[in-house]
Design a binder for this molecule. Structure first.
Ligand SMILES: Cc1cc2nc3c(=O)[nH]c(=O)nc-3n(C[C@H](O)[C@H](O)[C@H](O)COP(=O)(O)OP(=O)(O)OC[C@H]3O[C@@H](n4cnc5c(N)ncnc54)[C@H](O)[C@@H]3O)c2cc1C
Length: 483
C-alpha cells in the first residue's frame, strides 16, 4: 500500500493518547499533506462505512477508511441507550422503512442480503463475531454484552484483520477525478488519498457532535446530485400535555399513534399508507403499538419517534402538522364503552387507572373530557362517557414543534435511490463513487432497522467498489500483457 499517512494498524481506537505517547501524532501531521493510495477509499467509519470496508477488503481490495473523528463509529457506541439495538428480528419493508424514492429500488437493495445472512455475518466468529441476544418483548437484537462499544470495536477489528487501514482525523473536503481514472479524495487538512473507487458513508445531519455534519450531502450536491431535502426523523416532538398538565416522566408501554390528515377519520381503522412513506395518504398511517413517554417539553418514545417525520416535514414547511391521534392502551372505543357502562360507586377515573392508564394521565384525560374527578360510573352522563372514550382512544396530541437534528436518531431524505444504481449503489452522476447508509433517502423505524440498512447498503457498496477497482486494475495491466 502506497503512502501510509496516519494509518494505525492494529489499533481498535486510534487513540489519540496512544499516538501522543509514541510520538505518532507528530508523524501523522508530517504525513498529512502526502497523497496516499488505495484501491477503495471509504469515507466515514460508521456502521455503513465499516461494513463497506470489511466487504471490500474481504474481496481483496486494499482499503482505507477515512474518519473525521478521532475514533470510528461513535454513533454505534451510543445507540440504543449504549446497548446498540443492532438488528430487528424480522423486517417488512413496507411497514418498517420510509423513503420518498421508489419502493422497487428499496426492495432491490434489500434483496441483496437477507436479515439472516446479515445476522450470521455479525455473529460468526470468523467474520465480525458478536454474540447477539433477542429481546423477545421488543423483537430486537442486542449484543449479549449490551455494549455498543463492543459492536464498534469488533467491526473495526474485523476490518483490520483483512488489512483495512483506519485513518482518523481525516475529514473529506472534496472529490476530484484523476486524469487516468479514479478519484482523489481531498481532505480538510490538505492531504489527499487517491483510489480507483470511493465509498461515501458520511451519514446524515443528526447528532452533529458525533461527526455527522452533512459533509457528504454538501459534496454530492456540489457535484450535481439533486437531494431529497433532508429532514430530522425519529425526533421527539414538542407540545402541550393533555389537559395542560405537566406529565413529564410518565410512560405508556402499549400505546398506538396514528398520523392522519386533519380532515380524516380517527386513523385507527385504515391500516395506513402502503405507498409513499413521505406523504400521508388520506387514511393516514399508524405507528406499531409500542411505548411513548412524556418529556418536559412534549412527547417521545418509539410510538412518537416513528411518526415524528410527518410532523417535522409539515412544520419545517410552515404548514400545520397532521393530526397525531393517540390510543393510550390497546382497548378500542367499544371496549371502553363497556368498561365505562353500568352502575356502581367506582369512580370513572379509577376505572381508567385499573385498566392501565397512569394516575396523572387518567386525571388529565378526565379533565380534558370534562369529567369531574369525583364522578362515579353510575353518575356518568352519556356525553361525558363519549368524550372520555374519545380522549382514551383518539386523543389528538397538541404538537407545536420538534427537537430537530440534535435529538433526531436519523436523517430522512438524502440521495434519491434513482440517482444510484441499485445493484452497486454507484452514483449515476459520479461513476466510481458509491453511496451508502444514511446518506441515502431511506430510514427505518425504531428497532434496529437503521443499522440493518447501514449494513446492507454498506456491504453492497463495498463489494461493488472492490469489483470496480479490480476491473480498473486489470484494464490498466491489459496493454502491458498484450505487448
Ligand atoms: C442516539 C441514537 C441512537 C440510535 N440507536 C439506534 C439503534 O439502537 N438501532 C439502530 O438501528 N439505529 C440506531 N440509530 C441510528 C443509527 O445510528 C444510524 O442510522 C447509523 O449509524 C447510520 O450509519 P452510517 O454509517 O450511515 O452513518 P454514521 O453512523 O452516522 O457514520 C458516519 C461517519 O462518517 C463520519 N464523517 C462525517 N463526515 C465526514 C467527513 N467529512 N470525512 C470523514 N468522515 C466523516 C462521521 O464521523 C461518522 O463516523 C441511533 C442513532 C442515534 C443518533
Amino acid at each position: 500500500m502506497a503512502g501510509a499517512a496516519c494509518a494505525l494498524p492494529g489499533a481498535l481506537r486510534p487513540p489519540a493518547k496512544r499516538q501522543r505517547r509514541s510520538g505518532g501524532l507528530l508523524a501523522c501531521r508530517a504525513l498529512a499533506k502526502q497523497t496516499a493510495e488505495a484501491d477503495v477509499v471509504v469515507v466515514g467509519g460508521g456502521a455503513a462505512g465499516l461494513a463497506a470496508a470489511h466487504f471490500a477488503a474481504v474481496s481483496g481490495a486494499r482499503v482505507r477508511v477515512l474518519e473525521k473523528m478521532d475514533e470510528a463509529g461513535k454513533k454505534i457506541c451510543i445507540s440504543g441507550g449504549t446497548r446498540c439495538n443492532v438488528l430487528p428480528a424480522e423486517v417488512d419493508l413496507q411497514r418498517d422503512y420510509f423513503t420518498e424514492s421508489s419502493q422497487s429500488a428499496l426492495r432491490a437493495i434489500f434483496s441483496t442480503w437477507s436479515l439472516d445472512d446479515c445476522q450470521y455475518w455479525l455473529t460468526d466468529r470468523h467474520q465480525v463475531g458478536i454474540p447477539l441476544v433477542l429481546e423477545a418483548a421488543t423483537n430486537k437484537y442486542f449484543p449479549a454484552s449490551n455494549s455498543g462499544a463492543e459492536v464498534r470495536d469488533k467491526l473495526v477489528a474485523a476490518c483490520q484483520r483483512h488489512g483495512v487501514r483506519m485513518q482518523y482525523g481525516a475529514a473529506l473536503q472534496d472529490l476530484a477525478t484523476l486524469p487516468g481514472g479514479g478519484w482523489r479524495v481531498q481532505l480538510a487538512d490538505g492531504g489527499a488519498v487517491d483510489a480507483a473507487r470511493v465509498v461515501l458513508a458520511t451519514g446524515g445531519l443528526s447528532y452533529a457532535k458525533l461527526g455527522t455534519t452533512g459533509d457528504g450531502f454538501r459534496v454530492l450536491r456540489q457535484h450535481g446530485h439533486a437531494l431529497h431535502e433532508p429532514y430530522a426523523a425519529l425526533t421527539p416532538l414538542l407540545g402541550q400535555h393533555p389537559g395542560g398538565q405537566q406529565l413529564a416522566g410518565i410512560s405508556l408501554y402499549d400505546a398506538e399513534l396514528a398520523a392522519v390528515p386533519a380532515a380524516a377519520p380517527d386513523g385507527f381503522g385504515g391500516g395506513g399508507s402502503r405507498r409513499s412513506r413521505r406523504k400521508l395518504s388520506k387514511k393516514g398511517t399508524r405507528a406499531q403499538r409500542t411505548a411513548m413517554l412524556f418529556t418536559h417539553r412534549g412527547f417521545s418514545g418509539p410510538a412518537i419517534l416513528d411518526l415524528s417525520h410527518h410532523a417535522v416535514q409539515a412544520l419545517d414547511r410552515g404548514q400545520p402538522p397532521p393530526a397525531l391521534r393517540m390510543r393510550w392502551t390497546p382497548a378500542g372505543p367499544a371496549e371502553w364503552e363497556v368498561r365505562l357502562q353500568g352502575g356502581g360507586t367506582a369512580l370513572a377515573v379509577g376505572v381508567l387507572r385499573r385498566e392501565g392508564v397512569p394516575q396523572r394521565l387518567a386525571e388529565a384525560l378526565c379533565l380534558k373530557a370534562g369529567v369531574p374527578l369525583d364522578r362515579k360510573l353510575s353518575e356518568l352522563k352519556r356525553g361525558e362517557r363519549a368524550a372520555l372514550v374519545a380522549a382514551l382512544t383518539t386523543y389528538q396530541l397538541h404538537v407545536t414543534g420538534h427537537e430537530g437534528y440534535p435529538k433526531a436518531e436519523v436523517t430522512g431524505g438524502g440521495v434519491p435511490l434513482n440517482e444510484l444504481d441499485c445493484s452497486s449503489l454507484e452514483s449515476r452522476r459520479l461513476p466510481g463513487v458509491h453511496v451508502c447508509g444514511e446518506l441515502c433517502d431511506v430510514f427505518g423505524r425504531i428497532g434496529g432497522f437503521n443499522f440493518y440498512f447501514a449494513f446492507v447498503s454498506g456491504r453492497l457498496a463495498g463489494l461493488a467498489a472492490a469489483e470496480g477497482a479490480a476491473a480498473a486494475s486489470s484494464a490498466r495491466r491489459a496493454p502491458a500483457v498484450g505487448a
